[in-house]
Design a protein around this ligand. Structure first.
Ligand code: BGC
Length: 370
């Protein structure tokens, strides 16, 4: 996988982006995939708040993970006269017609978190998705000290995300590339033999689907007492299903290393309780800030390129990448990629609480601060 970042900088530039003269009368349409997963509710809320505070009128839609509904929702936003669209695609390949309509109407589209496979995506704002997978894989390498494993063999199974979501392949490849040397060396053994993305993928990132697949794997390959050491899951909704399968259908008494992503509240609870090992946290509030700043600049007719990062004055790291995300062969969507972080039971306070993203309640668990 191509993975070279053009600029990676700590961004504390003194100059702050000039706010365009006025957002007066300008309307932004935000299309989110679903409310059924915790993160998109937060994304929607942060984006709406950011844009409204900056003076824009906002229309926010959720499409219930129904790709046709998302097409209709975006068409309605276009007919409502939005000046810019922020879209997180349910299926990155399925928005061609409506993207053509946006281009026709001269409406810039920011692909939010998930790439839209259409050249009308003006910019892509996301996290470094490949690195998310690398962090999950590296966590396994470090926790099991695979470098020094000698003759020891650890058993592992993979659960990836939705093939319709362009991110899912990046997450899986980041994790798989990191673990492959140990699979090749025989230190990691994929007992089911399922290592191909399409085989381990989970339609719609659905918890129940991930649970059922893992129950089948446990029934077929682990019922004889074979020990499962690692369940590499691409995100928290799939990790939740896999955790449930392990609780219900795994006879072993060892603690299985389970990875995740998003720091969903229910998964953080599992991390505190020792049922899930780690998650990858992505500061969605910062993703919304980048989106707003890029949107403002586009609407003000300013140039948005590498130099934008320096003038933006963000207090967090973000890279400008013009190589990794192709919308069609040979056409790359310029991307702003934020930096993901590992969360474990040992660093929740440091990574989530100290910066003010989460707070601990009286029940001992952690909840996102809205
Ligand atoms: C997002 C993840 C999320 C997944 C399922 C991906 O596109 O980047 O944060 O877990 O979708 O909603």
């Amino acid at each position: 996988m191509k993975k070279s970042l053009v600029v990676m900088a700590a961004l504390m530039a003194a100059t702050v982006m000039a706010v365009p003269a006025s957002a007066e009368g300008e309307k932004v349409g935000i299309s989110m995939p679903t409310q059924s997963l915790e993160r998109w509710n937060r994304d929607g809320a942060y984006l709406k708040e950011q844009f409204e505070e900056a003076g824009y009128e906002v229309e926010l839609t959720y499409s219930d993970n129904d790709q046709q509904k998302q097409v209709n929702d975006i068409q309605n936003l276009i007919s409502d006269g939005v000046n810019l669209l922020v879209v997180s695609a349910i299926d990155g390949q399925a928005l061609n017609t409506v993207m053509d309509e946006a281009v026709e109407a001269n409406i810039p589209v920011i692909a939010y978190d998930r790439l839209i496979m259409h050249d009308g995506s003006t910019y892509y704002v996301s996290f470094d998705n490949y690195t998310v997978g690398v962090l999950q894989g590296q966590y396994v390498v470090d926790t099991l000290d695979l470098e020094n494993a000698g003759d020891k063999v650890y058993n592992i199974e993979f659960t990836a995300g939705d093939p319709a979501d362009n991110n899912a392949g990046f997450f899986f490849n980041g994790a798989f590339d990191t673990l492959k040397p140990y699979i090749d060396a025989g230190t990691l053994n994929v007992v089911s033999g399922q290592t191909d993305f399409d085989t381990v993928a989970t339609a719609q990132w659905d918890t129940q689907t991930a649970m059922e697949r893992m129950q089948n794997i446990l029934g077929s390959y682990y019922a004889d007492g074979t020990q499962l050491d690692v369940a590499l899951c691409s995100n928290d909704s799939t990790a939740m299903g896999v955790t449930q399968a392990i609780e219900s259908d795994y006879a072993g008494d060892n603690t299985v290393i389970i990875t995740g992503q998003d720091a969903d509240e229910a998964n953080l609870k599992n991390i505190v309780d020792g049922k899930q090992s780690m998650s990858v946290y992505k500061a969605l509030a910062n993703e919304a800030i980048v989106t707003l700043d890029v949107a403002k600049a586009i609407l003000a007719g300013e140039t948005v390129d590498e130099s934008f990062i320096e003038s933006a004055g963000w207090e967090f790291d973000c890279a400008y990448d013009v190589e990794s995300y192709e919308t069609t062969p040979g056409h790359v969507c310029p991307s702003f990629l934020l930096v993901p972080n590992v969360v474990t039971a040992d660093n929740i306070e440091e990574v989530l609480v100290a910066p003010g993203y989460y707070e601990q309640h009286d029940d001992g668990y952690y909840y996102a601060v809205q």
